[in-house]
Ligand binder design. Structure first.
Ligand SMILES: [Fe+2]
Length: 126
């Protein structure tokens, strides 16, 4: 029986600021308070639960598959905010996007140093 990811915890210095950063980029409403979390439900049924970190934050990678139109909207918001972005996951090719797998992709850092990626085509794995 396949298991579907339901939620995961994302450590942050300020849970609402971090959850709001992503919510605003992807055009989602204000994150909700749920216990110690700032919860951000996403399409597909996964919720990101931002938690004020009890210790030093270890950078995670969060990749989001979006449509071409959504990519345009997200990328416009990134540029509007003058956020640094890269074509590669190790901060290669600053202020550029990639065109892997016939789509578009871009990386940026969230306020806690988590690596956020937006792609329009999922990685091809044979
Ligand atoms: Fe990735």
């Amino acid at each position: 029986m396949p298991a579907r990811l339901d939620h995961t915890i994302v450590h942050s210095r300020d849970r609402f600021a971090s959850a709001r950063f992503l919510a605003e980029l992807i055009g989602e409403p204000e994150p909700k308070s749920f216990g110690p979390f700032a919860s951000l439900p996403l399409d597909g049924g996964v919720t990101l639960d931002y938690l004020d970190a009890p210790a030093e934050i270890v950078s995670q990678h969060l990749a989001f598959l979006v449509s071409e139109d959504e990519f345009d909207e997200i990328f416009a918001r990134m540029k509007e905010r003058e956020l640094p972005y890269w074509a590669g996951p190790m901060h290669e090719k600053p202020q550029r996007i990639n065109h892997l797998f016939g789509g578009r992709g871009v990386y940026l850092d969230d306020p806690d140093g988590h690596s956020i990626e937006f792609i329009t085509r999922t990685y091809v794995i044979d």
